[in-house]
Design a protein around this ligand. Structure first.
Ligand SMILES: *Cc1c(COP(=O)(O)O)cnc(C)c1O
Length: 491
């Protein structure tokens, strides 16, 4: 299996295809594109039949080995077994076995329509990002040990991604994490989750400023190429290919758990921000998994909904990005979207490059086919199964209340956006699976507003605010930041 950049013209000899391990530790391709396999591996009906009986870890191995062909199978099997175990994924809710990792729960079934929730938040940080990040931690440690190399992950977070990365990398040999967060701007729960980690390879840096200041410092440090090379700086952002592949696995698991034969189809509704999660669904569908519709659910930041309704992709400026009660979907530009557009335009790298160059210069592109537009590929979107919808703060409150009243469970705000949009897209005879992206405890402020009571916390999280915290406070000063990193890496 080889990988190419979405912007690499076949003629560009410098862009030779890469193996899985070559792109594992990186982010963007050197030409600014994203990596994709030269073709999607296909699954047969016989494979699907056999996979129905597998545990999550075994299924992850079967799927990963189609993409990571340069990692010896025995090693890959050990890595997936170590990642997807009950020790990492707790039994977060009564009645769900942690051995299942991503159990389904039927919410409603009437007149041939069935609505199902797939739990993805049983990992250490109570959000679906653990599903991929935990595997990434083990893959990174494995790859670095082979090369006798080390990596210093440097990033900025406003909440979910930073904590998922720290819990995945804590205690890993050859890896340090330097994570910036805006001082006193995260919720008490999120702060406690990150800052209570005492592992010597985790460095929490509270920056006196807002999230954008943290982001700017990461850019400034990353643009200093000699420093970046000397300090072996890397990232773990959502465009990382291994993260996308790890997410493909739970679409297969959800399909296999919801069906009894491969003649049946299911649809998925996915709370979406950077298009990473639903991009994995697209890849599962391209591999031959019988997915009918892939429904992207957005909040008030509706860049993706606008595209799937009109064919116009129009990114927002950060000042136009709303701060909502489903904050992990507050994005102005969907960083994984280029992977889908590459497929949509017939894997034409020149055209993909032109379209995304236009995103930089003109803030977007238009594939509606109307006079003056950049193309008419919007007519093909339906062939890929994509649909979309949007949800607002009021919808979230209403959905959280409805779901609590009707089914007796408390869902988080992002999952509420998913359920709201899923209900608008149900069809008789096709099970609709909504991906749960976080547990309610992480977004308690809105649960209180909707229900008048606190969200339940899973065991072990009752008192995390009282744990001892380990972090440093620093000004938004790039030179001081570099000194801090260098003094702690000793490089
Ligand atoms: C990251 C995140 C999302 C959005 O996922 P994308 O892959 O960026 O589309 C949705 N919900 C929660 C809780 C998240 O943490």
């Amino acid at each position: 299996m080889q990988y190419v950049s979405t912007r690499a013209a076949a003629s560009a000899a410098s862009q030779s295809p890469q193996q899985f391990s070559d792109i594992l530790l990186g982010g963007l391709a050197p030409d600014g594109g994203l990596y994709l396999p030269t073709e999607y591996p296909q699954v047969t009906g016989a494979e699907l039949d056999a996979w129905r009986k597998l545990s999550y870890a075994e299924l992850a191995f079967e799927i990963l080995k189609k993409f990571a062909t340069d990692i010896p199978e025995a090693d890959l099997k050990a890595l997936t077994a170590k990642t997807y175990t009950a020790g990492v994924y707790r039994n977060a809710r009564e009645g769900e076995s942690s051995a299942e990792i991503t159990p389904l729960r039927v919410l409603e079934e009437s007149k041939g329509k069935k609505l199902v929730l797939q739990a993805l938040s049983n990992g250490p940080t109570l959000a679906f990002k653990d599903m991929a990040m935990q595997l990434l931690g083990n893959l990174f440690e494995y790859a670095l040990a082979k090369k006798n190399a080390e990596l210093n992950i440097f990033g900025a977070t406003s909440g979910d991604t930073g904590s998922a990365a720290e819990y995945a990398m804590r205690g890993k040999k050859g890896i340090r994490v330097f994570m910036l967060s805006p001082h006193k701007k995260m919720s008490a729960f999120q702060t406690a989750q990150m800052f209570s980690l005492q592992d010597p390879n985790i460095f929490n840096i509270a920056v006196e400023g807002v999230f954008d200041d943290c982001q700017d410092m990461v850019k400034a440090v990353s643009n200093d190429l000699p420093f970046k090379a000397k300090q072996k700086i890397g990232t773990v952002n959502s465009i990382n290919w291994a993260r996308v592949v790890a997410q493909v696995v739970y679409y297969f698991r959800g399909y296999l758990a919801a069906t009894t034969s491969n003649d049946q189809k299911v649809s998925f509704t996915v709370p979406s921000g950077n298009f990473g999660n639903i991009c994995a669904g697209h890849i599962a569908r391209m591999m031959g998994l019988p997915i009918d519709k892939l429904v992207a659910a957005t909040n008030e930041n509706d860049v993706l909904d606008e595209f799937f309704r009109t064919g116009v992709y129009r990114v927002r400026k950060s000042a136009e990005t709303y701060h909502t009660s489903s904050p992990s979907m507050d994005i102005s530009k969907a960083s994984n979207f280029e992977r889908f557009i590459y497929d949509l335009v017939g894997r034409d790298a020149d055209r993909t490059r032109a379209l995304f160059t236009k995103v930089e210069t003109h803030g977007g592109f238009d594939l509606s086919g109307y006079p003056g537009s950049d193309g008419d590929e919007f007519t093909k979107v339906a062939q890929y199964g994509f649909k979309s919808g949007k949800s607002t703060h009021q919808d979230r409150l209403d959905t959280i209340r409805d779901v609590a009243d009707d089914y007796g469970i408390v869902i988080d705000t992002h999952t509420a956006d998913g359920i709201k949009v899923a209900r608008e897209n149900m069809e008789a005879g096709v099970t609709m699976i909504v991906l749960e992206t976080a547990l309610a405890a992480k977004f308690n402020e809105t649960i209180l507003e909707a229900l008048g009571e606190d969200a339940e916390r899973p065991a072990g999280f009752e008192n995390i605010e009282a744990l001892e915290q380990r972090f440093v406070v620093m000004p938004a000063d790039v030179a001081k930041m570099k000194d801090y990193i260098a003094s702690n890496t000793g490089l």
